[in-house]
Write a protein that binds this ligand. Sequence first.
Ligand SMILES: [Zn+2]
Ligand SMILES: [Zn+2]
Length: 146
Amino acid sequence: MTVRRFKCRICGNIYSPLEGEPQKGISPGTEFEDLPEDYTCSVCELEEKGKIGKNYFEEWNPTKYVCRNCDYVYDEEMGEPQRGIAPGTRFEDLPANPDDYCCPVCQIDEKTVKEIGKVSKDAFSPLVEEPEKPAESQGSAGSPPS
Ligand SMILES: [Zn+2]
Ligand SMILES: [Zn+2]
């Protein structure tokens, strides 16, 4: 089963049917298509950007997933060639069994291994990249300290 997530073009908020929006009475498992016609983006609402309806959302597929335990990022484009996972391997296609796939960073962390054991892909969340933000002056190239 493929999870279809949608992203607000205004604020970058992600609607995921895995989570729904229980605070709005939308239960987990509700597909984006099945949202009420008067659905509006909760984040834009909070930020007072106005009522941003479903037509401002576009389908969004994460290509990076972050380990909630250690912040390791699995990047589908890169794969993990050193472990035999070819570049371009979709996260959803990784084995769910921690014996077959587990977080490579947690795996070598003694404390984690002792307390949790192998960290399976269940511990990963899609990585939402920040919407493009204006370049900040600090650390920008070409301006040596005076
Ligand atoms: Zn929004
Ligand atoms: Zn990890």
